[in-house]
Design a binder for this molecule. Structure first.
Ligand SMILES: [Zn+2]
Length: 355
């Protein structure tokens, strides 16, 4: 769920989310008083729509009807239509190239050259650099030069979820817009509006409290996954299902999501074990019944299972059978951790766990 590379950057459409109202108001005022900076830094957590907001700002700055006092995105003029089609000649997205982690100096130089030329549509030129904290030091220095000697009628928008990783000199030359995400209640309400479905806070936690990611998750069937994980895990822990059965069920194309789910669940268990109370089990909201109290869990054992789940994610390309075996081995380790050992006088009672 990292910021993805390689997708068509021009496909990002302007979108105003309810929690963008305040920064947009700020921008409109700056525009009306002709104090919109030639460099903006949109900073805030991942998954709250900074890119969509940057696309909106670009669209509004370029909109044929944004003259004079009002900054707007009319959606109807030629410029807005070009934005919608992802082919506006005066809008430039600068992102890491496919298979690259960082934005190179060459990309920044090419952008600076384009910004220094006349606009194609006799208006503004806009460049969006994202994620700005992924510029190489050379690229950042090259950008700094552009920021120090801005061309006329240009706006550069930097997007970053880690603004403290930017060069301080770059940061100080930008007008900062801090985008705050919604409260959990606002996020859930928004997701419900978008999907017409009741959602629990599980999906927010699963998406790291990033509403756009949470929405994607709801749309790709998170509820069913969540339900199924709780059901099969519960059955396994209560000895109603065996390891091979559950491993076969989990080793499908959603294994990565399942491992993320287990990661959160185990971290929630570890918190409860540390605090000595099951109240700290926050994920999922309807707790999976444990065979023994969370208080008795071996915390380093829980974290080693988390590590193993993360290591498994790196091996998802293996064959289905290999994945199934790896999941089975992980499940045995889980049972060792959470199922209390039989009391000495009950050694002969069956704890059906074949290896
Ligand atoms: Zn327009």
């Amino acid at each position: 769920m990292a910021e993805s590379k390689g997708e068509q950057p021009t496909a990002i459409k302007p979108r105003v989310l309810p929690w963008h109202t305040q920064p947009i108001e700020q921008l409109k005022q700056a525009w009306a008083t002709q104090r919109l900076s030639h460099a903006l830094l949109l900073q805030g957590a991942e998954g709250i729509g900074k890119r969509e907001l940057a696309a909106w700002i670009a669209a509004a700055v370029l909109c044929d009807r944004s003259s004079g006092a009002e900054l707007r995105h009319c959606r109807e003029c030629t410029s807005c239509k070009l934005i919608e089609a992802g082919s506006h000649p005066d809008l430039l997205w600068v992102r890491p190239e496919e298979d690259k982690q960082q934005i190179s100096i060459d990309q920044l130089r090419a952008a600076a050259e384009r910004l220094s030329k006349t606009s194609y549509r006799q208006g503004y030129k806009v460049a969006i650099v994202e994620p700005a904290h992924q510029m190489t030091p050379g690229a950042a220095n090259s950008l700094l030069k552009t920021l120090e000697e801005p061309s006329k009628a240009t706006v550069i928008i930097l997007i970053s979820s880690r603004p403290s990783s930017l060069l301080p000199t770059v940061r100080s030359r930008c007008q900062k817009l801090t985008i705050a995400g919604p409260s959990p209640a606002q996020a859930l309400e928004w997701i419900q509006q978008q999907t017409g479905r009741e959602v629990t806070s599980d999906v927010l936690e699963f998406a790291g409290h990033a509403p756009l990611k949470a929405l994607e998750q709801v749309e790709s069937g998170f509820d069913a996954l969540n339900e199924q994980m709780q059901k099969s895990l519960g059955a396994l822990l209560q000895n109603r299902a065996d390891v091979t059965q559950v491993a076969a069920e989990w080793a499908d194309d959603r294994l990565n999501d399942r491992l993320n789910w287990l990661d959160l669940w185990l971290q929630s268990l570890a918190r409860a074990a540390l605090a000595g109370t099951a109240e700290f089990i926050t994920f999922p909201t309807r707790p999976v019944p444990l065979p023994s109290s969370s208080r008795t869990l071996n915390i380093s054992g829980v974290y080693s299972l988390v590590d193993r789940a993360r290591a498994l994610k790196a091996q998802l390309v293996r064959t289905a059978l290999q994945r199934e075996l790896a999941v089975a081995s992980w499940l045995f380790a889980l049972l060792d951790l959470v199922v209390p050992p039989p009391a000495p006088n009950q050694r002969d009672t069956p704890v059906t766990r074949s290896r």
